[in-house]
Design a protein around this ligand. Structure first.
Ligand code: XMP
Length: 317
C-alpha cells in the first residue's frame, strides 16, 4: 500500500545506506522534481549534498533570485551560479529549436561540470528524474521518431565518472508532489507549473536576443501573476506566453504602431503527453490582454492558443 510518507521514509533510509559518507552533487532547476529529490537527500545525508542552481538567463522574471532564496530558507546546501551571459552569447543568431536545445544542454553541462569539479571528492550525481521522463525519452526520442529532444535524462558529467542516483525514478508527478508535501516543502514550490529546461528560449520563436527575453519575461509575469491573483493558477497544469516572430499593425493614440505579437497558452494534462487547452474566462483574458499591451513596450497584440495535444504540442518549438 503506497503512501507518500512511507515512500519518503524508506527512500531516506535507502539513500543513507547507499551513499554512506560520500559526497553528492545535484543540479536544482527550480522545479518540483529536483527540489523534492534535494530535500530527500538533505534529510538523508545533510551537508554531504551539494546543490548547484544555474541561471541560464532564460528563466522567468526574478525567478533565479527568488527560488535561490527559498532554497536557502529550506536549509539546502546550494550554490547559485549566474551563467546567463554564457548561454545568451552562445545562442546568438540561432533560430532552430533543436539547435537551441543542443546549445543549452551543452552549455549547461559545461557550467555544471566546472562547478561540480570544484567539490572535492564528489562521488555521486543525483537527478530528479521521474518515471515519465524515462518513458518519454525512450518513446518520443527513440531513434525512429525524435519529436523534441527533452534533455532531462542522461548526458551529465561523463568525465567525472560519477555514480548516478535517482530517488524519484519510479514516481509520477502527482506522487512526487505528495512526497514533497510530507517533507513540508512549501505549496508555492510544490504546486509550480512544469517549466522546460531550455526555458524561455523555446518560447521566443526564431532568434533570441536579450531584449526579447526581457519582453517575454514581462509578459509572462503579468500573465502568471494575474492567474495567481484570480485563483486560476492551480486549475491549470502549465501556462506560459510565447513571443511570435512577427509584427502586426496597431493603433495607439493617434499613432500607427507596428509591433510584436504574443500568444498565451494554458493547458490541463496529467503527464504532458496529452493536453487540452483551458477555457480560461473571457474577463480574465481580457484583463491580461490590456495589461500586457498597456505595460509592455513593443507588444501591441495578444492572441490565445486554442490547440490541444495532439496534434499541437504544449510548447511551440
Ligand atoms: P511538448 O511541447 O513536447 O511538451 O508537448 C511536453 C512537456 O515537456 C516540456 N518540454 C521540455 N522540457 N526540455 C524540458 O526539460 C525540453 O526541451 C522540453 N520541451 C518541452 C513542456 O514544457 C511540457 O511540460
Amino acid at each position: 500500500n503506497w503512501t507518500a510518507a512511507s515512500f519518503a521514509g524508506a527512500a531516506i533510509e535507502e539513500l543513507k545506506t547507499t551513499i554512506g559518507d560520500e559526497k553528492v552533487v545535484l543540479g536544482l532547476s527550480g522545479g518540483v522534481d529536483s527540489s523534492v529529490a534535494a530535500v530527500l537527500l538533505d534529510k538523508a545525508i545533510g551537508k554531504q549534498l551539494n546543490c548547484i542552481f544555474v541561471n541560464n538567463g532564460l528563466l522567468r522574471k526574478n525567478e533565479f533570485d527568488e527560488v535561490l532564496a527559498s532554497y536557502k530558507d529550506m536549509g539546502l546546501n546550494v550554490k547559485g551560479v549566474d551563467a546567463s551571459d554564457k548561454f545568451l552569447d552562445q545562442l546568438e543568431g540561432v533560430s532552430d529549436p533543436e539547435q537551441k536545445r543542443k546549445i543549452i544542454g551543452r552549455v549547461f553541462i559545461e557550467v555544471f561540470d566546472e562547478e561540480a569539479t570544484k567539490i572535492k571528492d564528489v562521488k555521486w550525481l543525483a537527478q530528479g528524474t521521474i518515471y515519465p521522463d524515462v518513458i518519454e525519452s525512450v518513446s518520443v526520442n527513440g531513434p525512429s521518431a525524435t519529436i523534441k529532444s527533452h534533455h532531462n535524462v542522461g548526458g551529465l558529467p561523463e568525465t567525472m565518472n560519477l555514480k548516478i542516483i535517482e530517488p524519484l525514478k519510479l514516481l509520477f508527478k502527482d506522487e512526487v508532489r505528495k512526497v514533497g508535501k510530507t517533507l513540508n516543502i512549501s505549496n508555492q514550490l510544490i504546486g509550480r507549473h512544469p517549466f522546460p529546461g531550455p526555458g524561455l528560449s523555446i518560447r521566443i520563436l526564431g532568434e533570441i536576443t536579450r531584449e526579447k527575453v526581457r519582453i517575454l519575461q514581462e509578459v509572462d509575469s503579468i500573465y502568471i501573476g494575474e492567474m495567481r491573483e484570480q485563483g486560476l493558477y492551480d486549475d491549470v497544469w502549465q501556462a506560459g506566453a510565447i513571443l511570435l516572430p512577427i509584427q502586426s499593425v496597431g493603433v495607439m493614440g493617434d499613432e500607427r504602431t507596428y509591433e510584436q505579437v504574443v500568444a498565451l497558452r494554458a493547458v490541463t494534462s496529467t503527464d504532458g503527453m496529452t493536453a487540452d487547452w483551458v477555457h480560461l474566462p473571457y474577463d480574465f483574458l481580457s484583463k491580461v490582454s490590456s495589461k500586457i499591451i498597456n505595460n509592455v513596450k513593443g507588444v501591441n497584440r495578444v492572441v490565445y492558443d486554442i490547440s490541444s495535444k495532439p496534434p499541437a504540442t504544449i510548447e511551440w518549438e
